[in-house]
Ligand binder design. Sequence first.
Ligand SMILES: [Zn+2]
Length: 733
Amino acid sequence: MLRPLVILVAVAIAAVPAPSAAAQQPRRTPPPRRRPPPVAAQRIPTPRSVLGFEPGDDRKLADWPTLVRYYQALAAASDRMRYRELGHSTLGAPLIALVISSPQNLRALDRYRALNARLADPRGFKTARETDEVLRDGKAIVLVTSGIHSTEVGGHLTPALLAYRLASDTSLATRTILDNVILWLVPSLNPDGVSIVTRWYNRTVGTAAEGTDPPELYHHYIGHDNNRDWYAFTQVETQLVVDSIHNVWHPQIVHDIHQQDTDGSRLFLPPYLDPIEPNVDPLLVDGVNALGTAMAWALAGQGKTGIVIDAVYDAWTPARAYQHYHGGVRILSEAASANLASPIDLPADQLATRGRGFNPRERSWNFTNPWPGGRWTLRDIVTYQTDGAYALLENAARYRDRWLANFLTVEGRAVRGWKGWPYAYVLPRQHQDSVGLATLLGILHRGQVEIRTALHPVALGGQRFPAGSYVVVLRQPYAGFAKTLLEPQRYPDLRLYPGGPPLPPYDVTAHTLPLLMGVTAVAARDSLRIALSAPVEPPAASPGSPGWAGPEAPRIGLYRSYVAPLDEGWTRWVFDTWKVPYVPVVDSVVRAGKLKDQFDVIVLPDQSPHELFDGLPREYPAPYTGGLGQEGVEGLPASPSSTCSSLCATCLREWPTTSSTPQGRSSGSSWTRPTRSRAVCPLSPSPGTKAVPRSRCSIRVPRASWGATRPMRTRCCSQAGRCIPSEWQAGGR
Ligand SMILES: [Zn+2]
């Protein structure tokens, strides 16, 4: 690829007369000619040439196969990028990446990977000179990921614009990026969702349902939760990106491109709000703060308004931030959404003031130049996102040496161990839930934590653990990942004002794997003073439950609402993973009745009564509207003599029939709908269950969901027939 390009450039230069010769020979001014585009740009396919439109055009989205064709064409034409297929998504689509750098760097990728791996684990350095050489020769490794939340549709298209710019631009800034940075660009972390949302959008554009969310989860199993999977690693997309990019290339910078609600800032960039999870190295927090602010500064210099930093989003959960425990910074960006690909008009006085840390109608230190309101389009979104990612890459290139040095510092501290941290965690093999233990160890192993075994018995805090117990020493490159997942969390007591109510956390507040998995893990404050094995592979956690197979298995129906709650997907994932047979049950099946002939058990996912009863609004096409409705409620058997069978029907019959606007329908919304606990409703009385007195159970429906706060009395029972009113009263999760 390189040779013809060089020849063309040489010919172009030879064709231009030397200035001195031109000065000596006065001649007629030649007729004006259109300046030809840069040589590289002539050969690089534009997004339009494959997609059929310019990314950012109103009401235009591309499905995943078309986008993949574009990236293949781009990589075939450019010597600045290579196309990689990492594997396949849940529904079988190719999960792809582009590796982008200068042609010289791409020819030596293996060398740069090896150099960076040495910085990631500095235990291999013998001399300061070796270290200096690696710091001198290494490249900044950047991972840019997009499109994990598929209704945030700018994220489908921005990677195409960014890749095209990096492939075709001949400016000094871009050449500096290519020389100093090796960029891994994952155009979509959720390829299935690109096609699900694009298909739905194209089907509904021009109808009353234009811009609505699709009536299914945009990740087959876990929908919007797919960016909360970065320590549990439950989904194949997470596993592929962790295994083939994070753990191989150890990026210093990870940029994840998202969208937020329509009516807040035009773009969020870090710093994050408190709380920052305390096991994140402070130097990484400094890096996040510096880089996010630098990006905001660059975008502001281009005249972009409405950019906020240090607002809304915290950095507490490792579920969203694998790299914070692996030496890298996480730069989240959240552009304001439009109505999927349809533009919106938003006067300034309709900007919402609910976001934490700023008011989008007022100037403040972290929101220096408010957006004046008006039309907001997909073009605005992709422009903010593309220019933001480019600013990030410029910073990575300019400060390559600092990013690498700080990366080495972070890993060096982890290897030496932090003062005040336990020396190790000991996890005995005996008397443990074997599946829980294997799952926990499997998570640590995938996170590149070294797991050893004790070669002798371990005495610890008056207890004695036999030889063979697992030991995780907190003096290793990813000790922070192990510690944060093994210790109990203490979420800080943050208040709206001194003595006032608690500040609601942005996301989940705890991630202690021993508690989640039912496993004992004991912290050892000091060295164990015994020999340990070399790192070992954890045992396999084998899914499959023979108790649910064969003719004895209950006939399970899993209710699948078109409102598409996350809990339905997670439940389906559990069933599929553990090979529990079930049949999805949609509204029309319930409304048709005769469920008892088909099923022994109906599982209703965790979903608000309003969503269950009313379903999607009438803007949606048939058959997606209406929820269970009265007809469906009647279809659910209600036998006064049975213990649990009438749970759903009873609840629904007593729910108010006045409906309110469904919640959480705005595209790009990242908050979780109000929900209640899962109910399992056997359609026949199970042996050994007892009737629960009606007076002992109630549901308190929050005002936000219903416009009513009176307790809703019903009979509630768990699978075992036990009344669980307290969980229902607890509301959200
Ligand atoms: Zn998002």
